[in-house]
Write a protein that binds this ligand. Structure first.
Ligand code: NAD
Ligand code: DAU
Length: 332
């Protein structure tokens, strides 16, 4: 797999993956990214021009997609509308990109018989009670809650159908919540870090008791590479690093690391349909493909992420005001 097409490679996890591939393999990468509000070319700065090519375009543009599939050996599909709060406000782009865009890529994978890896989310499984001893596994039934997660669930089912009906050589991974550098300030952790840097109090939805299962974006990347190299066609792999924490404890860690009082946050309006808890059992990935996460210490990974946002204000500042205006209009 020397030539990779990475869709959404100017977004948070896609750009982390491109950095990971360049540092850890000999592959050449073409990034296809529409540069929506969430895409940022600066996330790919410093990568070698002779190994990374950037193409601005839409994954739903069949002609463009066709020409790019002809040039590569494998495709890793990250591009998506990714934010739950936006999907509650305006679901349409989620259908266009997550459903029609994925369909367009699958048709190209079928025509060109290319290896295809689809990036998805644990949110397709719905949520768990706080005291449920079960975690999500590859056989948990789909039960998505939001417009975002239902379009991701739809895209996963399209991939499964294209494998079974047309013999497309695809795999799927469903990962838990990522953190790390290059994440848009609309998302929970960067929003709170950049709030503190701006002198704004962190904002917790509801009572702050919702639980997310955090994984560093670089561990997500190494898992995707393992699946590309060793995964079985047609299979789904859950990616997670045993990182369950409630939102309030994450904010308290951020406040402590940034020298603020432990209670210097606000409780704000809850998200509609807010999933209570996600938790991933990644036994299949670990035992069958031998993957293990490297970022075992969440507090240390979070401290490094805080340092990154402190040092890279030029990267996030252009998005901050518009993001906070969006939230302020919703009482969040
Ligand atoms: P992001 O919003 O940061 O980035 C998405 C990227 O896709 C952006 O660069 C954007 O410009 C691009 N894009 C959007 N629509 C496009 C289109 N029509 N054509 C081409 N490019 C388009 O998202 P992210 O958080 O990096 O998520 C990437 C993928 O990982 C998504 O598929 C998401 O569902 C999945 N995922 C995310 C998480 C998480 O914690 N963020 C966890 C599990 C899975
Ligand atoms: O689980 C994987 C998913 O993780 C991905 O599929 C999504 O693309 C990604 O955005 C993320 O979804 P969440 O909705 O879990 O992430 P978000 O960062 O929006 O919120 C994390 C938690 O923090 C959630 O319980 C809502 C809460 N929250 C969020 C924001 C922005 C707050 O309490 N305050 C906030 O300001």
């Amino acid at each position: 797999m020397t030539r990779l097409l990475v869709t959404g490679g100017a977004g948070f996890i896609g750009s982390n993956f491109v950095h990971h591939v360049i540092e850890n393999t000999d592959a050449h990468v073409t990034v296809l990214d529409k540069l929506t509000y969430a895409g940022n070319r600066a996330s790919l700065a410093g990568l070698p021009d002779d190994r990374v090519r950037f193409v601005q375009g839409d994954i739903a543009d069949a002609e463009l997609v066709d020409s790019l599939f002809a040039e590569v050996d494998a495709v890793v599909h990250y591009a998506a509308e990714s934010h739950n709060d936006n999907s509650l406000h305006d679901p349409r782009p989620f259908l266009d990109t997550n459903i029609v865009g994925t369909y367009t890529l699958l048709e190209a994978a079928r025509r060109h018989q290319r290896r295809f890896h689809h990036i998805s989310t644990d949110e397709v499984y719905g949520d768990l009670e706080l005291d449920d001893p079960q975690r999500f596994t590859e056989s948990t039934p789909y039960n998505p809650s939001s417009p975002y997660s239902s379009t991701k669930a739809g895209s996963d089912l399209l991939v499964r159908a294209w494998v079974r009906s047309f013999g497309v050589h695809a795999t799927i991974s469903n990962c838990s919540n990522n953190y790390g550098p290059y994440q848009h300030v609309e998302k929970f952790i960067p929003r709170q870090i950049t709030n503190v840097l701006r002198g704004i109090r962190p904002k917790l939805y509801g009572a702050g008791r919702n639980v997310r299962d955090w994984i560093h974006a670089d561990d997500h990347s190494s898992a995707v590479l393992a699946i590309l190299e060793k995964g079985v066609i047609g299979e789904t792999y859950l990616i997670g690093a045993d990182g369950e924490r409630d939102n309030r404890s994450v904010v308290e860690l951020i406040l402590a690391e940034m020298g603020q009082p432990a209670d210097a946050y606000d409780l704000v309006a809850d998200r509609a349909g807010h999933d209570l808890r996600y938790a991933i059992d990644s036994t299949k990935l670990r035992t069958e493909l031998g993957w293990a996460p490297r970022y075992g210490d969440f507090a240390a990974g979070l401290a490094a992420t805080i340092a990154w946002y402190r040092d890279n204000e030029d990267w996030w500042a252009p998005s901050k005001d518009a993001t906070e205006s969006f939230y302020a209009a919703r009482g969040q």
